[in-house]
Design a protein around this ligand. Structure first.
Ligand code: OOG
Ligand code: MG
Length: 257
């Protein structure tokens, strides 16, 4: 099994927004560690095209998300500069079957590393928390995959939109924050910050612990998506999405051609 070759195959489908068969169909013995290695090779490949690593995401950190895709483990993915949206307009160009989901993003003011990182370390390293919307677009047919497949496909990472307003970590009870997502003015899903590993701060701590196995950590200035609070919502051209973060405001996204 040649991980470089598998990575090149996935990178091609990511870059061009073309769907593909699951990697595990051809490589049923693929291990999670191999899948993370493939993910890394794909990002190095994107790096050679000028994309910069700007952060990380946790995925499948809520029961709603795990149930939706049938994978019961938290995973991580890498966020690059081309994934960051600079306007709330999502173009369908180059996308396969995108879904959007509400997220809470941590922005770091210090590096974080180590296998014993606790929530208090995360608080000390957090500059602010920003409401965010993530666009996921699995490269696999029918959005169907195993744990190994989705890890190799960079946890379905595609785009993310950060809200304009940053919030102090200290004046909101993030676990009690209610989040709802509507499409075309119809409520789709609702959840609470605590649906993300009891508290989103724990998602960042878990990410650091997972990365420490690879000998890496988080860097100052990075953005960390802590994982979809609710199930994701399918979108198509013409849709408008509104995510409501209670007293912290709303984030809107419109889907264009
Ligand atoms: C995997 C990515 C999950 C999240 O926030 O749970 C994710 C997927 O559902 O395709 O981004
Ligand atoms: Mg997500």
């Amino acid at each position: 099994m040649n991980l470089q070759e598998i990575a090149r195959h996935i990178d091609y489908h990511q870059k061009n927004g073309i769907e593909m068969e699951k990697v595990t169909l051809n490589y049923p013995s693929l291990k999670v560690d191999d899948a993370y290695e493939i993910q890394k090779i794909c990002i190095d490949e994107a790096g050679s095209r000028g994309e910069r690593l700007v952060g990380w995401k946790m995925g499948l950190t809520s029961a709603a998300k795990q149930k939706m895709v049938g994978v019961n483990e938290a995973i991580y993915g890498r966020l690059t500069s081309v994934m960051e949206m600079d306007s709330p307009e999502l173009s369908m160009k180059g996308l396969i079957h995108p879904k959007v989901e509400p997220e809470l993003a941590f922005i770091l003011k210090k590096d974080l590393k180590g296998d014993r990182v606790q929530p208090r370390d995360v608080w000390l390293a957090t500059e602010c928390i920003v409401p965010a919307v993530e666009v996921i677009d699995s490269r696999y047919k029918n959005f169907s995959f195993t744990l190994e497949d989705v890890v190799a496909d960079n946890a379905s990472s595609t785009k993310f939109l950060l809200g304009n307003q940053a919030f102090s970590p200290y004046h909101t009870e993030w676990d009690k924050l209610k989040v709802t997502i509507s499409r075309n003015n119809e409520l789709q899903h609702e959840g609470y910050g605590r649906d993300v590993l009891a508290h989103p701060v724990r998602s960042v701590a878990e990410l650091v612990r997972m990365l420490s196995k690879e000998g890496i950590g988080l860097k100052e200035g990075m953005v960390i998506l802590t994982g979809g609070v609710t199930e994701a919502v399918n979108v198509q051209e013409g849709d408008t999405i509104r995510v409501d973060y209670e007293n912290l405001g709303t984030l809107d996204m419109t889907v264009t051609e």
